[in-house]
Design a protein around this ligand. Structure first.
Ligand SMILES: NC(=O)c1ccc[n+]([C@@H]2O[C@H](COP(=O)([O-])OP(=O)(O)OC[C@H]3O[C@@H](n4cnc5c(N)ncnc54)[C@H](OP(=O)(O)O)[C@@H]3O)[C@@H](O)[C@H]2O)c1
Length: 291
């Protein structure tokens, strides 16, 4: 039995589909409020729970052979990105789990002090590596599926809002490739007890993204560049009434202010280890947007 946390998320949902395509059993950790009907129909075992609840984590891990931790937080990084993963690792040890796949983030090891999610991911990486479990850590850059809604907005409005430095480089990864890699890492020779940077095949400047949209939509969007100090101003204001939001804006700012891309060597390593040809952002968006 495989356990997937974050099973209704962009990556988790794809992972559940892939495991079911192989006709292997998978337990999908979901919340009652989420849309999990599709996973149920595909034959996943639905486990309704709350990752902030230790007992739910312990119950979900019973009888499990592989854990794929893909959940993310929009709320409290301490409880979800950190604590829930530590508890999953502890439960994995108690249950004799054979392999633990953890979705981290590119740059987790760079020591960004203002980005609690990055710090949580790094602490979990260290805990997992020292746990004695077999593991694979995947550090993705931005996910291509995050851009579907933005491309649709751009199609409707003709406007692309670019926040931060247009020259910063990124290698956005196809969300389908990331899911493929996560599933393959359970068995791939060379993936055991390793950490991989996971990006798309192209290093793009952030200002290249509206041009990608322009090619797909056949209309170059008007780009509005919002400078980073505007984010700082909003963040400082938000801090007066919502410290959780201020904290999450710290992670958001870190993402905007820095570069997140893979080297050609890292891309080559991914393609050779997992036996796939990584898809470009443009290819991914054309597939999903159908134009
Ligand atoms: N998105 C990116 O660009 C990006 C980049 C680098 C790394 N990552 C990492 O990649 C992983 C997958 O990201 P994603 O974008 O696929 O995530 P996502 O779409 O935001 O999904 C998050 C998942 O976590 C679940 N979840 C959140 N809080 C929960 C709770 N308290 N109890 C149970 N489940 C909870 C959500 O359930 P609901 O459906 O009920 O909300 C959802 O299934 C995450 O670890 C993320 O940090 C993402």
């Amino acid at each position: 039995m495989h356990l997937v946390t974050g099973a209704t998320g962009q990556v988790g949902r794809r992972i559940v589909r892939l495991i079911r395509d192989r006709e292997e059993p998978v337990r999908a950790f979901v919340r009652l409020s989420a849309r999990y009907g599709e996973l149920d129909q595909r034959g996943a075992e639905i486990f309704v729970g709350e990752l902030e609840d230790t007992r739910d984590i312990q119950r979900a891990c019973r009888g499990v052979r592989v854990i794929l931790s893909t959940h993310g937080s929009t709320g409290n990084p301490q409880r979800l990105d950190y604590r829930a993963n530590i508890e999953l690792i502890d439960a994995a040890k108690d249950n004799g789990v054979e392999h633990f796949v953890f979705i981290s983030v590119l740059g987790a090891d760079r020591g960004y002090e203002d980005a609690p999610i990055f710090k949580a991911k790094r602490e979990v990486e260290k805990y997992l590596a020292a746990s004695g479990l077999n593991y694979t850590i995947l550090r993705p850059s931005g996910l291509a599926s995050e851009l579907i809604a933005s491309a649709e907005r751009c199609r409707d409005s003709g406007i692309y809002v670019l926040v931060g430095d247009p020259g910063n480089r990124t290698s956005i990864v196809s969300t389908d490739d990331l899911a493929d890699i996560a599933v393959a890492s359970m068995t791939a020779e060379g993936a055991k007890n390793r950490t991989f940077s996971v990006g798309g095949p192209d290093v793009l400047k952030r200002e290249d993204i509206p041009s990608v949209y322009g090619r797909i939509l056949d209309r170059e969007p008007v780009v509005i560049n919002v400078p980073l100090p505007v984010v700082d101003f909003v963040r400082a204001g938000v801090g007066f009434f919502d410290t959780d939001l201020q904290c999450n804006l710290g992670t958001f700012r870190t993402l905007l202010a820095n570069e997140f891309y893979c080297t050609p060597e890292e891309i080559e390593l991914l393609e050779s280890t997992f036996g796939l040809k990584l898809e470009s952002l443009e290819g991914f968006l054309r597939r999903y947007l159908g134009f």
